[in-house]
Design a binder for this molecule. Structure first.
Ligand SMILES: Cc1cc2nc3c(=O)[nH]c(=O)nc-3n(C[C@H](O)[C@H](O)[C@H](O)COP(=O)(O)OP(=O)(O)OC[C@H]3O[C@@H](n4cnc5c(N)ncnc54)[C@H](O)[C@@H]3O)c2cc1C
Length: 491
């Protein structure tokens, strides 16, 4: 294999390592020669994450980014040594866990060294009295969940990517699982952490149920996307595995009816673990026939009596809001198919560009936001599909999950079309005061929207980055830099 033959999409800021042989020897000395690779086949594995357009690029013989050295440390001290060397030599570092991120967060935009987190795969302690599990941050989500389930517990964090993602990745992107309405998002679950800062210091946030000891600095690293530090260990909440599950589904004549019903359920402080509203297109795609156009599935789980109560409230509120009971079967179908994503890799061979975009908004604009995004994205020339489901619910608002697809028209490249669809969706959301990301993070796809999203506070955030990482070593090109606007980034 000759990597030189691949075109690199993000090539503008690549920092070539000058004295590469010398750096490789130093790394081998620091962490051992088996944990350092410059083999092309290894390097190729770290040129992309799971951002969908990278599949189109792969078919065209293009890669997203190009690192030069891959490292596989297994202790926080080893990561610290790599970072100290990188600071001395001004070499960019990209932390890489399982690469399931979908916004380019793990793409080595600046080249340099990859720190692969997969050797951080141990479960260190389960404390059944405190209801906590302490893990190394590279542990795979499904491996952790299987281990806990066998002991009668769950974290309740079940993203669709459970089989292909890690705890460190969840923390880095402020992830949210499918059962989040009951168990919360990752930021509700983390009780303690160990983090290696960009210049190599190792810090610990002790495990505590709650504290009033000044600002909660640990929160800075939840959503830090590997730009402010590398999480090496985390203590998470766990829960006894649910005693009972109730599967409920209703179809509604309109999206507005379904939004009203779910809003009223949350307002009663009833928290089904899973709530998912599918618009008319996705209802047809996922469920085929239903009495009405808009399908909603619910899973209530936990202690039997509480589940029965939640089920009763959920059903009566749905019925008061024009819901038609569709039984358990649609929810069983959802359980069977919830990890399947094969459609996404079907498109690129036909030169179709597709992706998903999750966003958040408050209830008072929830109905309007749906229509605005559908209108904006369907008017991008070449767009063939824009649909949505709503997968995350709060008493105050919701998280939407849009899917788009299409084919570029005229002279436009696939990347041009991709960017136009992303920007059309994000602009419609930002114009209504929504948030451009609910749980996938910023990465490269949305960093040029950070200024608008954060306002003046973005300058403060950039100062925090500068303070912790004065040499801009750790995961450069993400969050703080408007990569799509500034870099060539064109195919
Ligand atoms: C089919 C599919 C379904 C998905 N479903 C969901 C879902 O339901 N919910 C959801 O929230 N997301 C979902 N995602 C997105 C993705 O799985 C998450 O963003 C996940 O959190 C990434 O984890 P990872 O281990 O693969 O991280 P990677 O992709 O390897 O890295 C992601 C980012 O985290 C940084 N990073 C990785 N490890 C660390 C660490 N230890 N310390 C600091 N920084 C680190 C990387 O530098 C990068 O910026 C889905 C993705 C796919 C492809």
């Amino acid at each position: 294999m000759v990597l030189k033959k691949f075109d690199i999409i993000y090539d503008k800021n690549i920092h070539k390592i000058k004295n590469k042989d010398e750096i490789v020897s130093q790394l081998e000395e620091l962490i051992g020669n088996k944990k350092v690779s410059t083999e092309e086949v290894d390097i190729l594995a770290y040129t992309k994450d799971t951002t969908l357009i990278t599949l189109n690029w792969s078919i065209q013989g293009k890669i997203a980014g190009l690192p030069e050295i891959i490292t596989y440390p297994e202790t926080a001290e080893e990561i610290s040594e790599i970072l100290k060397l990188a600071n001395k030599e001004k070499i960019p570092i990209t932390p890489y866990a399982e690469g399931s991120g979908v916004v380019g967060g793990a793409i080595p935009i600046y080249g340099g060294i990859i720190i692969d987190m997969k050797k951080f795969n141990k479960i260190l302690e389960i404390n059944e009295k405190n209801l906590t599990v302490t893990v190394e941050a590279g542990i795979n989500g499904m491996n952790l969940e299987r281990h806990l389930n066998a002991k009668g517990y769950t974290t309740g964090h079940i993203p669709q990517s459970l089989y292909t993602s890690s705890v460190g990745g969840y923390i880095a992107h402020r992830a949210a699982g499918q059962f989040s309405t009951k168990y919360g998002k990752i930021e509700d679950m983390v009780l303690g952490m160990e983090v290696v800062l960009p210049q190599g210091e190792i810090i610990n946030f002790k495990t505590i149920a709650r504290a009033s000891t000044g600002p909660q600095l640990d929160k800075v690293f939840i959503g830090g996307e590997g730009t402010l530090g590398i999480v090496t260990e985390a203590t998470l909440k766990i829960w006894p595995y649910p005693e009972k599950r109730a599967l409920i589904s209703y179809s509604f004549p309109t999206l507005e009816d379904s939004l009203e019903a779910t809003r009223k359920i949350l307002r009663k402080q009833v928290y089904p673990a899973v709530i998912r509203i599918y618009d008319d297109k996705e209802t047809k795609r996922h469920f085929g026939k239903a009495k009405n156009d808009v399908m909603v599935v619910f899973v209530c789980e936990g202690a039997t009596k509480l589940v029965e109560l939640e089920e009763a409230y959920t059903k009566s509120i749905c019925e008061e809001n024009n819901g038609y009971y569709e039984g358990e079967e649609p929810v069983e179908h959802w359980f069977e198919t919830r990890f399947k994503v094969k459609e996404t890799s079907m498109f690129p061979p036909y030169k179709i560009v597709a992706d998903t975009i999750e966003v958040a908004c408050m209830w008072d604009v929830a109905g309007e936001l749906y229509q605005k995004v559908i209108d904006a994205t369907s008017s991008v020339p070449g767009n063939l599909l824009i649909s949505a489901h709503i997968s995350h619910f709060y008493p105050n608002g919701v998280g939407y999950y849009f899917t788009f697809g299409g084919v570029p028209t005229g002279d436009k490249t696939e990347f041009d079309f991709y960017k136009e669809c992303w920007d059309a969706t994000v602009k419609a959301v930002e114009d209504l005061g929504g948030s451009f990301g609910h749980h996938h993070g910023v990465g490269v796809n949305r960093s040029h929207w950070m200024k608008r999203e954060w306002g003046q506070a973005f300058e403060t955030l950039k100062e925090v980055k500068k303070l912790l990482d004065p040499n801009n070593i750790l995961n450069p090109g993400k969050i703080y830099e408007p990569t799509w606007e500034e870099q060539r980034g064109d195919d």
